[in-house]
Design a protein around this ligand. Structure first.
Ligand code: DUC
Ligand code: ZN
Ligand code: ZN
Length: 474
C-alpha cells in the first residue's frame, strides 16, 4: 500500500489546531506526529506533501445535494460525475445526496434508481438520504427496511410543494412515529406550501411575475410557522430527532432555539446563499437575471423584520445551527431557468454551490463570524456525526479514512464562470465573489484528487457509504 506523509502543516479539528504531520497508509490515516517527530523517527513515505503554512483539515462533507433531481419540469444538471468532480475541486470528499420517492412510487425502487445513477460515476464518496414524497403504508415499511439494511438512516419530508413532494401533517406524524421506532432522523423542508401557493397565485394575478416575487410570495413567517409545526409534530411523535434543512430565516431559527432550550432533539442547517445573498442584491437584479438565485426557501430581504444574515451567523456560533450544507440543485439559465420567463413560479428552484461551500464559509472565519475550528466542525465533523459516518469520516485521526483538504490561507479564490467553476451550469451563482484562502490539495481515501490546480481523480473512485444512525445523540 502506498504511504503518503503530509508534513509541516497545522491540523485543525473542532477542538483545536496542532502542528502535526499526518501519515496515510493506503486509504487510511495511520498516525499523527508532533512537528518534526516523523523525521526524527525516520518515517518514510512514497509521497510527501509539504503543507508548510497551510491548514490540514478533514475533507468537507456536504449533506444536502440534489444531483440529477427531476424537478420543476426539468432536471438538475450536475450528474454524479460532474457534481462530485466539482465537489472535489471545492475540498469536499463526501456528499449525501437525496434519493427520490414521489407520490405513488416505491421507495426501494427510488433508492435503486439513485444507486444506478451514482454507482461507478462518483469521484468522491457518497451516501444517500431518502426523500419520501408519498407517505403510505408501504413507504413507512420501506423506511425501516432502508434503516436496517441499506445504510439510509434519514428521510427528507416536504411541507412545501403541494402536489409535488408535499406531505400533510397526518402523513408527517406517521413518518415521524415510524422514525421514533427505527431510530431514523427526519429532515424537514419547513415552509407552509399551502399558504405559499395562495400568495403565488395572488402575485401572478396582479401581474407581479419577476423573479423577486418568488421571495415575496414565500415570507419568512411561513418558514417560521412550518418549523414550529414540524417541531410540535416531532414532540408528539416522542421527541423524534428532527433536522430542519436549508434554514433561511430568523423566524425559523428562533423556533429551533426555543425547542433546543426545551431539550428537544431538534437540529438545523443553513447554506451559504442564506448567509451572503439578499433579495435586493441578487433576486431583484434587472431583467431576468434574478432567476439564477431562485431557490426555496428564498433569499431574504435585507429590509425584513429580522436581520437574517446576522442571526444565522449567530446561530452558527451558538450551535443552534449545527451544519452548513449547500442544497446544491443546479439549473442552467438556458432552457431551464428560462421556463419561468414571465412567471416566477415556473423557474426551477435551486442553485449550484457544491464546489464553493468550504471557500465561502472560510470567508466567515476571515470576517470573524466563526472560528477556524467551527468551520471544520460545521462543514465536516458534525455532518459526519449527525448522519452516522463518524469517525470513518469528518476527522483527522488514526483509523479514519484519509479524506483530507490542505487549505492555503495565504492565497485567494475568485469564483466565476471564467475563474473557478467546475459545475455543469452555464453560469455561476457566485459570480464575482472573491474570497480569502484556496483549496491546495485534496485527498479522497488516500488518493490525491486535486493538486497543483488540476484534477487528478477519476470517476468511479467514490464508494457508497452505508450510514449508521445519527451519532449526535448516542
Ligand atoms: N429547494 C430548492 O431550492 N431546490 C431543490 C429542492 C428544494 O427544496
Ligand atoms: Zn428542500
Ligand atoms: Zn434540498
Amino acid at each position: 500500500m502506498a504511504r503518503t506523509l503530509i508534513k509541516n502543516g497545522t491540523v485543525v479539528s473542532p477542538t483545536g489546531r496542532h502542528d502535526q504531520d499526518v501519515l496515510i497508509d493506503g486509504e487510511t490515516i495511520v498516525a499523527l506526529y508532533a512537528r518534526g517527530q516523523a523525521d526524527a523517527m525516520g518515517v518514510t513515505a512514497d509521497k510527501v506533501i509539504d503543507a508548510k503554512g497551510k491548514y490540514v483539515v478533514p475533507g468537507g462533507i456536504d449533506v444536502h445535494t440534489h444531483m440529477e433531481l427531476p424537478f420543476g419540469g426539468t432536471a438538475a444538471v450536475d450528474t454524479f460525475e460532474t457534481g462530485t468532480i466539482a465537489a472535489a475541486w471545492g475540498g469536499v470528499t463526501t456528499i449525501v445526496d437525496m434519493a427520490l420517492q414521489r407520490y405513488n412510487e416505491n421507495v426501494q425502487l427510488g433508492l435503486a434508481e439513485w444507486h444506478r445513477k451514482a454507482g461507478g460515476n462518483c469521484a468522491i464518496d457518497y451516501a444517500f438520504h431518502q426523500i419520501i414524497g408519498g407517505i403510505d403504508e408501504q413507504a413507512l415499511k420501506d423506511m425501516t427496511y432502508l434503516v436496517d439494511h441499506e445504510g439510509v438512516t434519514s428521510f427528507k419530508l416536504f411541507m412545501a410543494y403541494p402536489g409535488v413532494f408535499y406531505s400533510d401533517d397526518g402523513q408527517i406524524l406517521r413518518a415521524m412515529q415510524t422514525a421514533a421506532e427505527n431510530g431514523a432522523m427526519i429532515m424537514m423542508h419547513a415552509e407552509n406550501g399551502i399558504a405559499i401557493d395562495v400568495l403565488v397565485q395572488q402575485y401572478l394575478a396582479r401581474g407581479q411575475t419577476d423573479p423577486k416575487y418568488h421571495s415575496y410570495s414565500r415570507p419568512s413567517l411561513l418558514e417560521g410557522e412550518a418549523t414550529h409545526r414540524a417541531i410540535v409534530l416531532s414532540k408528539v411523535a416522542g421527541n423524534v430527532p428532527l433536522y430542519i434543512v436549508h434554514m433561511s430565516a430568523s423566524d425559523a431559527l428562533n423556533e429551533v432555539a426555543a425547542a433546543q432550550h426545551e431539550g428537544l432533539n431538534v437540529f438545523a442547517e443553513t447554506c451559504p446563499q442564506y448567509l451572503y445573498m439578499t433579495l435586493e442584491d441578487h433576486l431583484a437584479r434587472p431583467g431576468f437575471e434574478g432567476a439564477k438565485f431562485v431557490c426555496s426557501p428564498p433569499i431574504r430581504s435585507k429590509h425584513d423584520h429580522h436581520h437574517h444574515h446576522a442571526d444565522l451567523w449567530k446561530g452558527l456560533r451558538m450551535n443552534q445551527l449545527a451544519i452548513i450544507s449547500t442544497d446544491h440543485c443546479p439549473f442552467c439559465m438556458k432552457d431551464q431557468k428560462e421556463l419561468g420567463l414571465g412567471n416566477f413560479s415556473k423557474i426551477p428552484n435551486g442553485m449550484g454551490g457544491v464546489e464553493h461551500r468550504m471557500e465561502l464559509i472560510y470567508q466567515g472565519v476571515v470576517q470573524g463570524e466563526i472560528s477556524l475550528e467551527r468551520w471544520v466542525e460545521t462543514c465536516a465533523t458534525t455532518p459526519a456525526r449527525m448522519f452516522g459516518m463518524y469517525p470513518q469520516k469528518g476527522i483527522i485521526a488514526p483509523g479514519s479514512d484519509a479524506d483530507i483538504l490542505v487549505w492555503d490561507p495565504t492565497k485567494k479564490t475568485k469564483i466565476g464562470i471564467n475563474d473557478k467553476h467546475h459545475m455543469n451550469m452555464d453560469h455561476s451563482s457566485w459570480e464575482g465573489f472573491e474570497v480569502d484562502g484556496k483549496v491546495d490539495t485534496v485527498l479522497s481515501r488516500g488518493m490525491v484528487v486535486v493538486e497543483n490546480d488540476s484534477f487528478k481523480g477519476r470517476k468511479g473512485h467514490g464508494k457508497y457509504i452505508k450510514r449508521s444512525l445519527s451519532q449526535y445523540l448516542h
